[in-house]
Design a protein around this ligand. Sequence first.
Ligand code: DX5
Ligand code: ZN
Length: 221
Amino acid sequence: MIKKIIVAPSLLAANFASLNEDIQRIQQAGADWLHYDIMDGHFVPNISFGVPIVQAVSRQHTLFNDVHLMIEHPEAYIDAFVQAGANLITFHIEATQTELQTFAVINLIKKNGVKVGISIKPHTDVSILNPYLGQIDLILVMTVEPGFGGQAFIESTLEKVKLCKQIRTEKKYHYLIEVDGGINDLTGKRCVDAGADILVAGSYLFGKNDIPTRIKKLKNE
Ligand code: DX5
Ligand code: ZN
């Protein structure tokens, strides 16, 4: 069975002076999702963009709106991102302190009828997600330290992708596996071979003059 690979360009790498043009370009080039890297300058040492940008662009295209919250206190912003047009909201397990709080964020996202994902940084063990795996739609395995685009892929994260796939098979869970950071045609293929379903790519796609070809390479077409 040929596996469908989902490509999710990261808006972080887009030209912010002409966002809509860039979004239309990657939609026409065959992208499936649009990945919004929300950064608050506290959880990660960078500030990217927030609700107003998601609000402004999320309904200007037909891509699936994949919102990645690299922020402290994600629970405080779920409603705002849902209203802004998020179809999936992923928060970081490192941004919640207790299981109770983590389940509260999961339930807050789900009660809004939006898909829920949890992300783990490169050095966070997959096992920390065990209590939640039956309740979530996606695991986002960070393949770079969150905070900036254009970083080099971290090899050791491939083992985590494999483990996520193994657990899903063994436990018959339904979550998808997404990878984010340093993804290009070479690292993307390795992640897909390890079990990734969705590839987030920023600098590999935006600003390039052969985006359709690059998306086809990521999809192994
Ligand atoms: C890290 C960001 C990046 C970005 C993609 O916090 O989440 O991973 O989306 O960056 P590239 O594809 O340029 O490495
Ligand atoms: Zn991201």
